[in-house]
Ligand binder design. Structure first.
Ligand SMILES: Cc1cc2nc3c(=O)[nH]c(=O)nc-3n(C[C@H](O)[C@H](O)[C@H](O)COP(=O)(O)OP(=O)(O)OC[C@H]3O[C@@H](n4cnc5c(N)ncnc54)[C@H](O)[C@@H]3O)c2cc1C
Length: 404
């Protein structure tokens, strides 16, 4: 299917900005840069726009995170989600069905409760639900898993393809060139600054390169001599046949390391996380993951036992040591910017794209995006975010030890 806004013209020999990677991050950033008046922007995508995590994700959107850094960035993004369809003149199918993160154990309850003062202070709209509230909100869920939870009534989900197309069309209308089948093969750096890139064997000169290549960001950074401490990570999901509506909000269960929602057509869409990070270089699906997904969701929603699967698929994401995105200039190569390390890069894109575009244009970070800069790895100011459904390095190592 053709993605709107993709050009079939040849690449030119010079651009003001070259963005490597035509996922939601790269294309939303191109749109925001064009909106700020930057001209001559090219997005060069190795395969097709949306080929990476963008076209394969669970589409869920929230901002009620535990750390101040995440809550600020993702809440800025959530507010942008509410504006996007009108602004881009294309329906992203953003649905404010709510998003509830559910705790089962006492530790999970304590961790979620600790977030609430942070949300209050930052103006993030969230509310605490006890077991009885949760049973009312999620009547189909197993009550023994519902001890307490944080609901964001204005969060929810959107359509990942529609959102990418919306941005791509709006960006191309503002003069952005989006090139498919155009992999960055090398980055030309001289005297500590970016000079250009090689794409399909062709040299393109540019003073600014943004690395938005998702799971391949580490390799593309290495082309510029930048050591990016991220690693690839495989996630798998399923979608069932249409079922009678039983679930209104998106749900994440901390105990089951799972997230899911039911679409307006009735399909149940969900994924779970293993403790073990699977380092694959391409998308594969595994029986181990399918068993994990099926057993956990039948435990959470017993009524889906016996439902037919329509698809089981996977996608790769880029994971940084503190699970947080790595945004802004690279430390040693002037003009080489990072838009990498995203595990929640769909929901984060509308906000991060705007703030990263400002950083590139103004040369200064907004306080909301500043904590996500690369220098945190040198300064040791890593971000500690507890409310993600992503296994930590320690959990991964523990599982790998168990398996050995
Ligand atoms: C199964 C699954 C479920 C998920 N669920 C959610 C969710 O519910 N909510 C959420 O917010 N996030 C979710 N995510 C994560 C989210 O999809 C990613 O964080 C997001 O897509 C990152 O966007 P991106 O543009 O940085 O990367 P991608 O979408 O991966 O795009 C990177 C692009 O770069 C291209 N590329 C690679 N190498 C090169 C090169 N050398 N030159 C040029 N281009 C190159 C790739 O082909 C790709 O198209 C999920 C991911 C998966 C896989």
């Amino acid at each position: 299917m053709a993605v709107p806004g993709v050009t079939h013209h040849p690449l030119r020999s010079r651009y003001e900005v070259v963005i490597a990677g035509g996922g939601i991050q790269g294309i939303a950033l191109a749109y925001e840069l064009a909106l700020m008046g930057v001209r001559d922007i090219a997005v060069v995508e190795a395969r097709w726009p949306g080929a990476g995590g963008t076209g394969r994700n669970g589409e869920m959107i929230r901002s009620a995170f535990a750390s101040e850094e995440w809550a600020r960035l993702f809440d800025f993004s959530l507010r942008r989600w509410g504006e996007l369809s009108a602004e881009l003149d294309f329906n992203t199918l953003f649905t404010t069905a709510g998003y509830v993160v559910v705790a089962t154990t006492a530790d999970e309850v304590a961790m979620l409760r600790d977030q609430l003062p942070v949300h209050d202070r930052l103006g993030v709209r969230s509310e605490w639900l006890d077991a009885a509230d949760l049973q009312e909100l999620l009547p189909a869920a197993a009550p023994d898993l519902l001890t307490g939870g944080v609901l964001q009534p204005h969060a929810g989900f959107a359509h990942h393809d529609a959102t990418l197309w919306a941005y791509a069309r709006a960006a191309s209308r503002r003069g952005v060139e989006i090139h498919a089948q155009a992999p960055v093969e090398a980055v030309d750096v001289a005297d500590g600054r970016v000079r250009g890139v090689i794409v399909r064997g062709q040299r393109i000169s540019t003073p600014v390169v943004v690395n938005a290549t998702g799971a391949f960001a580490r390799e593309v950074a290495a082309m510029a001599g930048v050591e990016l401490p991220t690693q690839r990570y495989l996630l798998e999901m399923i979608v069932t046949e249409s079922l009678k509506p039983f679930l209104r909000p998106a749900v994440a269960s901390l105990a089951l390391m799972s997230y899911c929602h039911q679409t307006s057509r009735g399909e149940f869409v969900g994924g779970t996380e293993f403790k073990a990070a699977n380092a694959y270089d391409d998308v594969v699906v595994t029986l181990e993951a399918l068993r994990d997904i099926a057993s956990k969701f039948v435990q959470l929603f017993p009524r889906i036992a016996g439902a037919c699967l329509i698809r089981h698929w996977s996608g790769l994401v880029d994971k940084s040591p503190d699970l947080s995105p790595v945004l802004g200039p690279s430390p040693d190569v002037e003009g080489f910017f990072l838009d990498a390390g995203w595990t929640y890069g769909f929901m984060g894109a509308p906000g991060s794209a705007r703030l990263l575009a400002r950083w590139i244009v103004d040369g200064q970070p907004d306080p909301v995006i500043a904590p996500f800069g690369f220098e945190r790895f040198a300064s040791g100011k890593l971000i500690s975010e507890a409310a993600t459904v992503v296994p930590t390095e320690e959990a991964v190592e523990e599982t790998q030890r168990d398996r050995a």
